[in-house]
Structures are given as structure tokens and as C-alpha cells.
Design a protein around this ligand. Structure first.
Ligand code: HEM
Length: 188
């Protein structure tokens, strides 16, 4: 099944992304710091959403009901921030439905880490702006199952599988790049 293959193939990339996010959270002590983290998520997720938009609706009918970057914008605004001056973010090039679903695998899967992220933020004294990281709440398991079902019916050939795996890897990596760039800027 593609969902199992993609999970296995992106284990390292997941660990690296998780490390970067955890490191950023460790440095958070104010709502402003949290807004900066959310801006990284917003810049990247919004860019990937635009890249996949032309291909996704036919293969994932409930896509428009799923969590998306508008939740991040709402959280930033609840915390008193704006989406001005976003960090730069680049999505992988998406040319078909299989690549769109491979990229969306990374965004949808990030919901699984959400509860851990909320817990870490609360320990840092952050009290609001959690709509994005709360994912689908109690529905998260069901939504993930329906996503992976839609993913698993797609590939027709080995090359489809490889395409989905490659873009998922690249989607993790390019998200990591947003953190590299912003931490370089912050270090200056
Ligand atoms: C503090 C940060 C994070 C933590 C603690 C975390 C933790 C987790 C955990 C516990 C799972 C479930 C693993 C399983 O059931 O086998 C998971 C799955 C996943 N996470 Fe994360 N995660 C984090 C950040 C992210 C981010 C930022 C992304 C993507 C941008 C991401 C993408 C994924 C994906 C795609 C899966 C699905 C794996 C699968 O079952 O196929 N995670 N994560």
C-alpha cells in the first residue's frame, strides 16, 4: 500500500522536520515568538496548497472541508499578529494528482503531531491560537483513514509510487528549509 511505503520512505525526513520544529518551540517564550513559528507554517502550507489546488478535488472529494492554512491565519490573528512579512517558502513542483496527494500526505500527516505541539506550547505559557494544531480533534483518526484510503487507490504503476514518495520527501525537506532560512536571519 502506498500509505505504508510512503511512511517508511519518509521516516528520516519526518524525524528531521520534527527536530527542527521542537527546537523552534524550545525557543518560544512569548506570543510574538509563537506568531513567528506560525508564520513559518503559514508561508509553507499556503504555498503547497496553491501548488496542489488544480489536481486535488477530483481525487479527494472532502478536501475543502479539511484543515488548511486559513486556520493558521486565524491563529496568528487571534494572537494579535498579521500575515505580513512572511518567511520565503518554496513548494515542490506539482504536475498531477499523484504528486498532489504525495505532497498533501505531509500536510495532513502533520495533524498527528499537533497534540504534542500544543502540549509543548502550553508548557511554554502559550494559551491560545491552537486551532491549526488541534487538527480535527477526536475526528483526526477517521480523517486520516479516509485520506490514506484515497491515497492508496491512486497509484497504477511503480513509477506512480516513486513519484508520490519523491514528492513527499521533497515536501518535508522544503519545509525544513523555511526553518533554516528564518533561523539564519534571526541569528544575524
Ligand atoms: C513536534 C513536532 C512533531 C511531532 C512530535 C510529531 C509526531 C508525530 C507522531 C507521534 C506521529 C504518528 C506516528 C505513527 O502513528 O506511527 C506523526 C505522524 C506524522 N507526522 Fe509528525 N510530528 C511532528 C511534526 C510534524 C510536521 C511538522 C510534519 C509535516 C510538516 C509531520 C508530518 C507527519 C506525517 C506525514 C505523519 C504520518 C505518518 C504516517 O502514519 O504515515 N509531523 N507525527
Amino acid at each position: 500500500m502506498l500509505s505504508t511505503q510512503i511512511k517508511e520512505a519518509t521516516k528520516t525526513e519526518h524525524q528531521e522536520t520534527e527536530k527542527k520544529v521542537v527546537l523552534r518551540i524550545k525557543n518560544i517564550s512569548t506570543n510574538e515568538d509563537y506568531i513567528e513559528l506560525l508564520k513559518c507554517f503559514y508561508a509553507y502550507f499556503n504555498t503547497v496548497e496553491k501548488a496542489i489546488a488544480p489536481y486535488i478535488n477530483t481525487v479527494l472529494p472532502d478536501y475543502s472541508e479539511r484543515r488548511n492554512s486559513s486556520y493558521i491565519k486565524a491563529d496568528i490573528e487571534e494572537l494579535g499578529g498579521t500575515i505580513d512579512k512572511l518567511p520565503s517558502a518554496t513548494a515542490a513542483e506539482v504536475k498531477d494528482a499523484i504528486q498532489a496527494m504525495g505532497a498533501l500526505y505531509v500536510l495532513e500527516g502533520s495533524i498527528m503531531g499537533g497534540p504534542y505541539i500544543v502540549q509543548m506550547l502550553q508548557k511554554k505559557g502559550i494559551e491560545k491560537g491552537f486551532s491549526f494544531f488541534s487538527g480535527y480533534g477526536a475526528e483526526s483518526g477517521l480523517k486520516w483513514a479516509s485520506f490514506t484510503s484515497a491515497l492508496n487507490v491512486l497509484p497504477q504503476t511503480e513509477s506512480d509510487v516513486a513519484k508520490a514518495v519523491d514528492i513527499a520527501r521533497e515536501t518535508f525537506k522544503r519545509f525544513g528549509d523555511v526553518f533554516e532560512i528564518t533561523s539564519l536571519i534571526q541569528a544575524k
